[in-house]
Design a binder for this molecule. Structure first.
Ligand SMILES: *[C@@H]1O[C@H](CO)[C@@H](O)[C@H](O)[C@H]1NC(C)=O
Ligand SMILES: *[C@@H]1O[C@H](CO)[C@@H](O)[C@H](O)[C@H]1NC(C)=O
Ligand SMILES: *[C@@H]1O[C@H](CO)[C@@H](O)[C@H](O)[C@H]1NC(C)=O
Ligand SMILES: *[C@@H]1O[C@H](CO)[C@@H](O)[C@H](O)[C@H]1NC(C)=O
Ligand SMILES: *[C@@H]1O[C@H](CO)[C@@H](O)[C@H](O)[C@H]1NC(C)=O
Ligand SMILES: *[C@@H]1O[C@H](CO)[C@@H](O)[C@H](O)[C@H]1NC(C)=O
Length: 498
């Protein structure tokens, strides 16, 4: 977990107006195609058969767990006094981090009785997507869904039009609040931001990510944050349309003309419990993550050297994992699962070569070679590119936030979601799906690390251990603990006892 935190640090503490200047090392010659690391298991997994009973259980929806989504059922204390001024926030990070920032901004505006200006989304230095709030989210829906809670404006009135990102980037300004502590309390805002807003009519808060505490907030503020996240934020129509098209492809039988592997899809398929259903696999296996972990991923000496060098350039010796051996790291569950390992996990859980799998991911380190074992296990693995035409994709192509929005949408519609990589997307979907009581498999990394270390383990033992270890990790409601995010664990703060 410490290692993961390190990974997230750049996004937790960005220097807002001086983008992380990462010197990306030039291309290394590490392309020895990675070989399967667990071929003894892989060969058996390829013959995976699933019994009818097992399949029915696998795809069955979660039972009612006694919690109801209710964040939209009550408005906060009605808009009382006249707005005291404007609140502006500048949000960095990727789509899912910005999403939390938006929810917190609404809460802060409520606490201060302020009018919120539609949040400004910074261009992420890594993903380079300049999409604005309105390019991603349906602004009119956002404003109207919250109209009984706070007032929101698309733009500042002309009196305040000087308050722009450029204005704050080019000097020290009295209206900018730069010192909001991570997880600040409501009273911090009342003491430090309210006076600025009262003096100038506006306060601009940057940085703002993770700047409102999850604990000790009044329940109406918690409800409001979830109402924003789960009800007020919906994607723009063209993202939803594209998402719906992808979902409809995933729910229909694979086309027999096209997929060469589809020939074993026989008649009668529609009677299966899994027919018309699909799993989303969120796979994050990028070079930063691989390098950061200091684990061995089967690419041989060349890959090890390349990753070590990359690690040195990026973190200059600040990554401590490298003091451990690969075995120690695996035993502690600190190695990201490779696509091959995720494939073995899915097979052991009972998915087989007729399962429709949607891959939500950006670049996979090692490219197609790295996912070949996974594809072998799941020939019906799809992604945006394989399901939609380039014409359909044209509006989102090359825009990281919109691509992530499409994946988010498809993930929310799926029967089962599994994320192999902790991070903002994982947390966002874990929370949103918990709110809607949808099945989500959370791999136990420690267990899997230990199992994969054992090179003599038989498939049946592996399968049994995996199934046993994941019985209670499929979406059973987990109550938020202190300091945890309400957006990841919406019960009890944002849900009602049914
Ligand atoms: C799927 O697996 C079965 C064995 O379980 C095998 O007979 C069949 O050929 C496989 N299909 C594909 C497309 O790999
Ligand atoms: C996959 O599992 C389903 C459900 O039990 C089964 O009907 C189907 O035959 C299996 N496919 C293969 C190739 O084993
Ligand atoms: C905001 O308005 C409410 C309701 O009118 C009031 O109780 C509260 O004191 C106000 N807060 C601030 C910071 O003005
Ligand atoms: C098969 O693929 C081609 C091009 O990839 C596409 O134009 C065609 O519509 C597909 N056919 C079906 C039935 O999906
Ligand atoms: C994960 O697996 C490990 C090793 O089997 C076990 O000790 C641990 O309790 C599991 N963690 C959870 C949260 O179930
Ligand atoms: C590997 O797994 C087998 C079968 O479960 C077990 O007997 C053996 O002790 C394990 N080896 C190690 C090193 O844990």
């Amino acid at each position: 977990m410490g290692g993961l935190l390190m990974l997230l640090l750049p996004s937790l503490f960005p220097s807002l107006f001086s983008p992380l200047s990462r010197s990306y090392p030039s291309v290394f010659s590490e392309w020895n195609a990675p070989r399967p690391m667990h071929s003894h298991l892989l060969n058996r997994a390829l013959q995976q058969q699933t019994s009818k009973a097992q399949e029915a259980e696998l795809w069955s929806p979660l039972p009612n767990q006694g919690w109801e989504a209710c964040a939209d059922k009550q408005d906060t204390q009605s808009l009382g006094r006249k707005s005291q001024g404007y609140i502006q926030v500048f949000l960095d990070g990727g789509l899912n981090q910005q999403r939390m920032g938006i929810c917190d901004a609404v809460a802060v505006a409520k606490i201060l009785n302020a009018t919120l200006v539609i949040p400004y989304l910074e261009v992420n230095p890594v993903w380079q997507d300049s999409s604005s709030f309105a390019d991603i989210f349906d602004v009119d829906h956002f404003i109207s869904a919250l109209s009984n809670d706070i007032s929101i404006v698309k733009e500042l009135p002309s009196d305040y039009s000087w308050s722009t990102r450029e204005y704050y980037a080019t000097g020290i300004r009295a209206t900018r609040i730069k010192t909001a502590p991570v997880h600040a309390s409501a009273s911090w805002y009342l003491e430090n931001v309210l006076p600025v807003m009262q003096s100038y009519g506006i306060a601009a808060i940057a940085p703002f990510s993770h700047r409102l505490a999850f604990d000790s907030q009044p329940s109406d503020i918690q409800h409001l944050r979830c109402k924003v996240n789960f009800h007020a934020l919906v994607f723009v129509p063209h993202v939803r349309t594209l998402g719906d098209a992808l979902v409809s492809h995933l729910r229909s039988p694979p086309s027999l003309d096209n997929a060469s592997s589809a020939t074993h899809f026989h008649k009668g398929e529609n009677d299966r419990a899994g027919a018309g259903k699909y799993v989303v696999l969120h796979l994050r296996f990028d070079k930063d993550m691989a390098a950061h972990s200091a684990c061995d991923f089967g690419g041989g000496k060349a890959e090890k050297l390349a990753l070590a060098k990359y690690r040195q350039v990026l973190w200059q010796g600040r990554v401590l994992n490298s003091q451990f051996t690969d075995e120690e790291l695996r035993g502690q569950g600190r190695c990201p699962l490779t696509p091959e390992e995720i494939g073995l996990l899915l097979s052991a859980l009972g998915f087989n070569n007729s399962t429709r799998l949607y891959l939500a991911s950006h670049k996979v380190y090692g490219g197609e070679a790295r996912i070949s074992s996974l594809r072998q296990l799941f020939p019906f693995m799809e992604d945006k590119k394989s399901l939609a035409s380039s014409h359909e994709l044209s509006e989102v192509e090359g825009k990281a936030s919109l691509l992530a929005a499409v994946d988010y949408y498809v993930s929310m519609q799926s029967d089962i979601f599994i994320s192999a990589s902790p991070g903002n997307m994982h947390n966002a979907l874990l929370g949103h799906r918990a709110y809607k009581n949808l099945k989500t498999i959370r791999p136990n990394m420690t267990l899997l690390g230990k199992l994969f270390l054992n090179k003599t383990m038989q498939w049946s033992e592996f399968q049994q251990a995996v199934q046993q270890g994941h019985k209670n990790r499929q979406g059973q409601m987990r109550i938020r603990k202190e300091k945890q995010s309400i957006y990841t664990y919406p019960a009890p703060d944002c849900m009602c006892k049914a």
